[in-house]
Design a protein around this ligand. Structure first.
Ligand code: DGL
Length: 270
């Protein structure tokens, strides 16, 4: 592995661009290879075995493309595929759940944390188990929010449609007095403004946790320890999707606005 090798990023689709956006802030000089498995998304409603296998396949693709490390940006894929990937791949792999939990335990003042995520992530209980490892006194209440994934995927990032969906889900937390809310799906930080507006209307003062920020910092530590940080000045991002590369490209161009060189490629994994 060399310093100039790219960092791999994997998500079920475009949601992981919210993670790439944070990675670019922490790693302005790194090359990236991003794969979005748009053919098989949404991952949030698929079986655990299926998510594990697809995750491994996408990471193997990144490995074949010489990444020096990879981020599983997708929360659902982290829950079902991280352990297997770490065990069976010969490059460092990091997921988003542990960094998010560690940060949430530092931020909460009343030890009441809410999680909004896919149904798959909620059912896995990985967030519950991980957060308890950091602080066993934390009370975590979770909501599965499949409609919110679809709203964001359809481009409703900051309008009445997405606000109504968020409001319906948060009302499901009833009188749970959380002071911290983990946006536990890559799509949701893209609707951060709508979350803020809805919480304000509910008269709630809540800290929003975007798992990507802490994940980027943790990855920097890993690469630094291995002396693999890149000093190159003109980085490049190669994007791959398993379906509809043109649709994918148009979302990339609205989310990743900086002038880094980019390539777009549609790939078949099997
Ligand atoms: N990227 C997924 C996650 O973070 C959400 C979208 C999906 O269901 O594929 O959990």
């Amino acid at each position: 592995m060399k310093k100039k090798d790219p960092i791999g990023v994997f998500d079920s689709g475009v949601g992981g661009l919210s993670v790439l956006r944070e990675l670019l802030k922490v790693f302005p000089n790194e090359n990236f290879k991003y794969i979005g498995d748009t053919l098989r998304m949404p991952y949030g409603v698929r079986s655990p075995e299926d998510v594990k296998d697809s995750t491994f396949e996408c990471l193997k693709f990144l490995g074949k493309n010489d990444v020096k490390a990879a981020v599983i940006a997708c929360n659902t894929a982290t829950c079902y595929g991280l352990k297997n990937a770490k065990k069976n791949l010969d490059f460092p792999v990091i997921g988003v759940v542990e960094p998010a939990c560690r940060y949430a335990t530092l931020v909460t003042k009343n030890n009441k944390v809410a999680l909004i995520a896919t149904e798959g992530t909620v059912k896995s209980n990985v967030y519950d188990e991980t957060i308890k490892e950091f602080n066993k006194d934390i009370e975590l209440k979770s909501i599965g929010a499949p409609q919110l994934v679809l709203d964001v995927e359809n481009g409703n990032l900051n309008n009445e449609i997405v606000e109504r969906t968020i409001s319906n889900y948060l009302n499901g937390l009833e009188d749970f007095d959380y002071d911290t809310l983990i946006l536990g799906c890559t799509h949701f930080p893209l609707a951060r403004g709508a979350f803020k507006k809805v919480l304000k209307e509910m008269n709630k003062s809540v800290e929003l946790i975007d798992p990507a920020k802490r994940t980027a910092i943790d990855l920097k530590e890993i690469l630094d320890q291995k002396d693999l940080l890149n000093e190159e000045e003109r980085p490049r991002i190669d994007f791959y999707s398993t379906k509809d590369i043109d649709k994918f490209k148009s979302v990339v161009q609205t989310v990743i606005v900086n002038k880094i060189d980019k390539t777009f490629n549609e790939v078949k994994l099997k």
